[in-house]
Design a protein around this ligand. Structure first.
Ligand SMILES: C[S@@+](CC[C@H](N)C(=O)[O-])C[C@H]1O[C@@H](n2cnc3c(N)ncnc32)[C@H](O)[C@@H]1O
Length: 206
């Protein structure tokens, strides 16, 4: 058995309390992503017999979808409050509080590993992606879904509305350009797991 344990960064401690502040409110948003999840699943050649891991699973909306189709559902999230909420909806699933840079599963465990809008919260994104690849069985798809570019993302409109009500930006917060630089330098040089490439559906427009 191999489990990585040296890459923990504390990212879950940082993000968990923030994401878990209002689980029921967050569920309203996460549940609306069903069309995105379905489009992703379609690209994977999904089979109901699959053992599935969702990384940064939130309240378990994606896991509910695959469990409803017969899969053995596993999830991990930084927030104990979101995991508690998910357990209420998925009492038979394996749901754990933890950190994506340090997954508590053995090598080659899953037939499908997913991360919907979650991998970029890792302090060490390469470690998080390496862990996703490690627990996927050889040849298993690893789905990495991220929000679109600022100018193409409907989330921007919501942020514009919310911005006047937010506290001032901390002086040490990274700027957008430094995040972009970090992303560029974090690009894996030789991905061992190729995830399928697919155009994300825009669920707000027909
Ligand atoms: C934008 S939400 C996405 C939730 C869900 N995957 C979805 O499709 O809506 C990001 C999620 O990643 C989780 N998260 C953030 N940092 C994490 C970490 N280091 N390890 C595990 N989960 C993390 C958050 O708690 C949150 O539930």
């Amino acid at each position: 058995m191999t489990t990585a344990s040296s890459a923990a960064t504390g990212s879950a401690n940082r993000w968990g309390p923030l994401w878990g502040a209002r689980p029921a409110d967050w569920a309203l948003s996460e549940d609306r992503q069903l069309p995105t999840y379905e489009a992703a699943l379609e690209q994977t050649g999904f089979k109901p017999s699959w053992r599935v891991l969702d990384i940064g699973c939130g309240v378990g909306a994606f896991l509910r979808l695959v469990a409803g189709r017969g899969s053995d559902a596993h999830g991990i999230d930084a927030s104990d409050a979101l995991i508690a909420f998910a357990r209420g909806r998925l009492p038979h699933a394996d749901l754990r509080v933890g950190e994506m840079e340090d997954l508590p599963w053995e090598d080659d465990t899953f037939d499908l590993v997913t991360g919907f809008n979650s991998f970029f919260f890792a302090t060490d994104m390469i470690a998080a992606l390496r862990e996703a690849g490690r627990v996927a069985r050889p040849g298993a798809p690893v789905v990495i879904q991220v929000w679109g570019a600022h100018e193409r993302c409907d989330l921007e409109a919501m942020k514009q509305v919310a911005r006047p009500f937010l506290p001032p930006r901390p002086p040490d917060a990274p700027g957008y350009s430094s995040i972009q630089t970090r992303r560029r330098s974090a690009a894996p040089s030789s991905p061992s797991q190729a995830s399928p490439s697919w155009p994300a559906p825009n669920t707000n427009r027909s």
